[in-house]
Design a protein around this ligand. Structure first.
Ligand SMILES: *[C@@H]1O[C@H](CO)[C@@H](O)[C@H](O)[C@H]1NC(C)=O
Ligand SMILES: *[C@@H]1O[C@H](CO)[C@@H](O)[C@H](O)[C@H]1NC(C)=O
Ligand SMILES: *[C@@H]1O[C@H](CO)[C@@H](O)[C@H](O)[C@H]1NC(C)=O
Length: 406
């Protein structure tokens, strides 16, 4: 017996599909209020031993390393305006959402520009809990130096794997055990996911689905962003059913129990320099060794007037967090062939060791956090009226401190 005509059944089926793929927006970070719901790190990079000092919120704003630009996009950047002398660190920014997002969440990052260049190590990622890697870590966008393409990863305690790569994963699985120092890494093979190529296309969108069925990250260069994303806004829900295959497709079934290895995640954006991935001699030298006289990451990049960091910034139209209370949607899109794949096989760095957080026991005693910011020791040509204003205040404070000392 047929209860409904076939077309009605089909319509109902489609409605059901749409339903289970729908997410509701829970928070948007954008425009003038972008920075309201993030914490700033306020310490040197004691986590990956990079040669930066991640400023607190007021210093990041007053030094012009975090702001909203004239078209309403958030900028976070490495200081490219001031001279750094050995053994100082260079100022940069690391921000973490005040909110944590549980399994069942979806995050979308619209980026116009990602920091790149020799010594530069940006990341868009999430972290659960303070005892690394007990709450799990999801690396959505991470790359170093002149890498041509993004690398994704999960970091967990032992027992979570990416042994089975589903046929619809667009990226290349490089490391399968998520508890290794590198994590279980997947290299992006689609073009323009990082560096000058990403910027030249007007950037793109990264999206991560954090689900009981697995963890899935998509990347679309600007021209390829699906209409469900371009037409969504700060209040509308989103339907991911037409998203196509993910770049990284970490399936839970039989490989990694998501709720066991991942607690609610805070989103993090940061930029460090050198440190224990970008700055490792075996990774840095083959890529950027001809950059300066010493072939050493810190000496040839961080030290100096900073003009080599003009591309070391994020420009962010929005970050959105979504949730679903419904049935877990999973990406089942049919695979497609990438027309021209990025060759990441010979490039130094992919799948290699990074030792974040508590795995680090020694701090770098040679390099101290940046001195207090003083204006006038950088490339003065680029100093804007805003910075002159800031500089005047900082000089005044400096003079007052000097008077106090004398
Ligand atoms: C890094 O510095 C922050 C801020 O001072 C501190 O809270 C944290 O414990 C430090 N982490 C490590 C691994 O030393
Ligand atoms: C967002 O999109 C929804 C659905 O398309 C629409 O009804 C709403 O007016 C839009 N809101 C804004 C702020 O543009
Ligand atoms: C996954 O881990 C959770 C929490 O530890 C547990 O309750 C659940 O039974 C596990 N699921 C499977 C399929 O092993």
């Amino acid at each position: 017996m047929q209860l409904f005509p076939k077309t009605t059944t089909f319509t109902l089926f489609c409605a059901f599909l749409t339903l289970i793929h729908a997410y509701d927006v829970v928070r948007e970070y954008s425009g003038v209020s972008f920075f309201d719901e993030w914490d700033f790190f306020g310490s040197w990079d004691n986590l990956t031993l990079g040669d930066v000092y991640w400023l607190d919120k007021s210093d990041a704003f007053s030094q012009g390393l975090a702001y909203v630009n004239s078209v309403g996009n958030a900028i976070i950047k490495v200081d490219n305006m001031h001279s750094v002398q050995s053994p100082q660190k260079r100022n940069s920014v690391r921000i973490t959402t005040k909110d944590s997002y549980a399994v069942g969440s979806l995050w979308i990052f619209d980026l116009v520009h990602i920091p790149y260049g020799c010594s530069v190590w940006p990341a868009v990622w999430s972290l659960g809990g303070s005892t690394w890697p007990e709450g799990g870590e999801i690396d959505i966008m991470e790359a170093i130096n002149l890498m041509p393409s993004n690398q994704m990863a999960l970091h967990t305690t032992s027992g979570c794997f990416h042994n089975y790569t589903p046929p619809n994963q667009l990226g290349a699985t490089l490391v399968t055990d998520c508890s290794t120092a590198a994590g279980c890494t997947v290299g992006e093979l689609q073009p323009n996911s990082y560096g000058s190529g990403f910027a030249a296309m007007g950037g793109g969108v990264f999206a991560t689905q954090f689900d009981v069925a697995g963890i899935f990250t998509w990347f679309w260069s600007r021209p390829n962003i699906p209409s469900s994303v371009t037409q969504s806004n700060s209040t509308s829900g989103i339907d991911i059913s037409q998203w196509g295959p993910p770049s990284a497709s970490y399936l839970a079934a039989g490989q990694c129990n998501i709720t066991e290895f991942f607690t609610p995640q805070q989103l993090i954006l940061d930029i460090t320099l050198c440190g224990n991935w970008a700055g490792l001699p075996e990774v840095y030298f083959p890529s950027c060794g001809n950059r300066g006289p010493t072939g050493i990451c810190y000496n040839d990049n961080v030290v100096g007037d900073g003009s080599n960091y003009n591309d070391a910034y994020f420009e962010i139209p929005y970050v959105r967090a979504y949730t679903t209370g419904g049935v877990a949607p999973t990406p089942t899109a049919t695979p497609f062939e990438i027309v021209s794949k990025v060759d990441i096989s010979t490039y130094p760095g992919y799948g290699s060791v990074t030792i974040p957080l508590s795995a680090v026991t020694a701090t770098n005693t040679k390099l101290q956090p940046s001195q207090m910011f003083f204006p006038g020791n950088g490339a003065s040509q680029r100093i804007s009226w805003l910075q002159i204003g800031v500089g005047w205040w900082m000089t005044s404070i400096g003079v007052i401190i000097l008077i106090e000392l004398l």
